[in-house]
Design a binder for this molecule. Structure first.
Ligand code: F3S
Length: 521
């Protein structure tokens, strides 16, 4: 089974199928859930249904230096159970009286169905109980395409029954932008025909407790969005890069959910306790020793780690010198965002520890390494080897680039200002006012608002130079039909590179290319 097929199966079938057949704004308990009429609910039978077997096995393999599979497989839960079989990995869940009552329909038919799905899901992954969630959820249900209809309809049924998330929540960026990028008539056709359910999806999110579209971002944890729960908080987040950053840098506790499951957890305010939510599940099984002579290429490093550990947890040493005083700040958080998102894209890493920097190794140090851990050394030679595997996927390999894509995951405020200054200064130096190719800067509207308020002059120069501020998802946009045939893109995102034909380059090469229109690698 291909990765996409697996994900689609894991994410949508159990959820939608089960229901359809019958200071921040992100403060907890800010929303309520209403009970509907009672109905009979049934607890799990203890036997894992056929569809759920794909939760535990997949064909996503780690790659060795020769580019061949190492035999290590991903389960996409963020919990390595390579070669585990569904029956042996599953368990029976013990419910509280309140949870059993929900399952029995005392709080309405819809909640009973949600609970039935959640219990089955937890049992599949070996959980024995549910825990209360805190902070705020994050959802990656953001695509209003026809294949999402059953999921969107399920959410609508929940909203119609008066259910809501236990707290206002954040949602991933939309897959397109009809205002800030150059869409030709063909693009508009693809947008409106490809995403006919977008308004329905946006609306149901609004009814379930998401704030307006200005808060849409995959980098939900930046200050301008504000979804950054306290360390140790149990949450149910969905979006590989956000889960990865949240678990690792914020110290929250979430598994990697398939799209839709996070909304079920949000509406119940509960999640099954297993995997990355447990101390045991947060132990590292790899020591990654970074020994590059200069600052590593963060995207290449993340890609290398993802390919090597697949979905295991790496404990990364040798990076603390790049974080003054071991602190993650608004000025350096993007380094971890870039590295981490690449580990989650090239592999399925849901949590990493950075020695001397992220919260858990600061407290527990190398006690976080599990017995028998493996070691991976990342030095200059290894970095070059990894970068050399990044193939040129443009159909016209020798052509000049036609657009730059900066910011996947979404840019932080610091990054936007940094890129603005880099490009404007380089243009000034070259005696130019306009970039040679359009530059799409991906960010939440809230981040753009701050830029316009605090860096008005720079923002104006950037716009006049051909830099657009867009709040859509870079990868979804580049996934539009025909995109790779007509756009020769360049990017600073190893995640975008992983999922598209867009080519990845270090910042200095990108800036030069943006100014000259030619790649001088
Ligand atoms: Fe964000 Fe889309 Fe990249 S959701 S992480 S911009 S793939």
């Amino acid at each position: 089974m291909k990765r996409r097929t697996f994900l689609k199966g894991a994410a949508t079938i159990p959820v939608a199928g089960a229901l359809l057949s019958s200071s921040s704004v992100f403060s907890p308990k800010a929303a309520t859930a209403k009970a509907g009429k009672a109905a009979s609910g049934a607890s799990g039978t203890g036997k894992v249904p056929e569809f759920a077997e794909h939760f535990l096995t997949s064909d996503m393999n780690g790659l060795g230096p020769d580019g061949k599979p190492t035999g290590q497989k991903a389960t996409f839960s963020g919990v390595s159970k390579a070669d585990a079989m569904a029956d042996s990995a599953s368990s029976k869940m013990k419910l509280t009286k309140e949870e059993q009552a929900i399952l029995d329909g005392k709080e309405g038919e819809e909640k009973a169905k949600l609970m039935k799905i959640l219990v089955k899901f937890g049992e599949t992954f070996g959980a024995t109980k549910l825990v209360e969630l805190g902070g705020a959820p994050h959802s990656n249900l953001y695509i209003g395409a026809p294949y999402m209809n059953s999921m969107i309809e399920m959410l609508k049924q929940c909203a119609d029954a008066g259910l809501k998330s236990y707290a206002p929540y954040t949602v991933n960026p939309r897959p397109y932008d009809v205002y800030n990028v150059q869409n030709n008539p063909k693009d508009m056709e693809l947008i409106y025909e490809g995403y006919p359910l977008q308004a329905k999806l946006d609306w149901v999110h609004s009814r379930l407790g998401a704030p307006d579209l200005n808060f849409r971002s995959c980098a939900c944890y930046v200050k301008e969005i504000g979804n950054a729960p306290k360390p140790g908080t149990y949450v149910a987040w969905c979006e590989s890069s956000a889960v990865n950053y949240g678990n690792s840098v914020l110290g929250i506790r979430t598994n990697r959910y398939g799209a839709g499951m996070e909304m079920i957890c949000a509406m119940l305010g509960k999640a099954p306790l297993f995997g990355l939510m447990t101390d045991e599940g947060r132990q590292a099984t790899w020591l990654v020793d970074v020994k590059t002579s200069k600052v590593p290429d963060w995207g290449a490093l993340g890609t290398a780690i993802g390919r090597k550990v697949v979905e295991d947890i790496p404990y990364i040493a040798g990076l603390d010198k790049y974080f003054e005083g071991g602190k993650v700040t608004p000025d350096n958080m993007h380094l971890l965002k870039a590295m981490g998102s690449a580990t989650a894209a090239a592999g399925a890493v849901g949590l990493y520890h950075v020695e001397g920097v992220t919260p858990e190794p600061k407290e527990k140090k190398r006690k976080l390494l599990a017995k028998g851990y493996k070691t991976y050394v990342y030095d200059d030679k290894e970095q070059k080897r990894v970068i050399d595997t990044f193939k040129n996927l443009w159909p016209e390999k020798g052509g000049d680039p036609t657009a730059a894509f900066i910011g996947c995951p979404h840019n932080t405020y610091f990054e936007v200002v940094k890129w603005g200054k880099l490009v404007i200064e380089a243009l000034d130096k070259a005696g130019k006012k306009k970039a040679a190719i359009p530059v799409y800067m991906f960010m939440a509207n809230k981040v753009r608002e701050r830029l316009l308020e605090e860096e008005t002059e720079l923002a104006g120069k950037m716009k006049r130079a051909g830099m657009s501020y867009t709040n859509m998802c870079a990868v979804s946009y580049s996934g539009m039909k025909g995109f790779s045939e007509r756009v020769r893109g360049i990017t600073n995102s190893a995640k975008t590179r992983n999922y598209s034909s867009i080519r990845y380059f270090p910042d200095e090469i990108l800036v030069n290319t943006i100014v000259t229109g030619k790649i001088k690698a």
